[in-house]
Design a protein around this ligand. Sequence first.
Ligand code: SF4
Length: 343
Amino acid sequence: MANRWTLAQAQALFDKPFLELMFEAQQVHRQHFDPRQVQVSTLLSIKTGACPEDCKYCPQSARYKTGLESERLMEVEAVLASARKAKAAGSSRFCMGAAWKNPHERDMPYLEQMVQGVKALGMETCMTLGTLEQTQAQRLAEAGLDFYNHNLDTSPEFYGSVITTRTYQERLDTLDKVRDAGIKVCSGGIVGLGETVTDRAGLLVQLANLPVPPESVPINMLVKVKGTPMADNADVEPFDFIRTIAVARIMMPSSHVRLSAGREQMSEQTQAMCFMAGANSIFYGCKLLTTPNPEEDKDLILFRKLGLNPEHTTTASGDNAQQHQLQAQLAEADTPQFYNAAV
Ligand code: SF4
């Protein structure tokens, strides 16, 4: 059984002087990962908007008027066409997200075909579809699903101020089912919901104390969308966000910590500090669900400036072509021709 974290221990990490925390996080990071490697994923919204849940930060909830156009579940072939593009751009993992409370049985065959099709391209597969039944988790696992994303979002204590239509326990139950089905877990949270530092510590304690910590831990910065109840939330101080990444790295040393939503609003320097704090995964592509993500070429340029490389993922077919493609692009990223070609 892994080390069980207490809230006091997590809080003590948040209370450390910033540079000491960064030093500790970087040391832990280097014990478990190559500090120059960053895992790169692409996220596609396969079913957008009209979600019955009431997550107060989310433009996809049917309860808020954000001007977002709803779209039905995408055709399998259209999803696979996007996956091929992501692979060509260098992504090693393709994440498919649907704005649902839970998938319906009638959707399952299509979801299975998507997983099988993306897998056949030699990419890792990830889905985020809301609450799952055990049989659904099993079917997705059998189709070849590698990861399932289901975020805890925040601490159990603050959770009720953010979402009322799904309980914290339901979320934990879904994570258990995913794990029992043999799928790897991706679960994290959001900074900027109006939570306290203790809530941030509480979220990380929940994640780190799962029977097996998530293999992937996305830490999101709230993207404030007009029309949602959190549109006017106070900005988060970048150092507080970086601190959250660093504490996540120390508490879950073997997990990939993902710098996720909100990156568009961050300076290159803030992103660099996040990598220094132990973030080693990003979303790469022009759309992060429905919110803007840095253009692909900006990411390549930042990788180049920081000397970062996309992580190699040896898929079942042993095909690393997509990483080679991204590395080739990185190698060219300092030439003017590349900037022109990529825009
Ligand atoms: S369940 Fe997901 S899509 Fe639906 S409102 Fe919550 S965050 Fe948005």
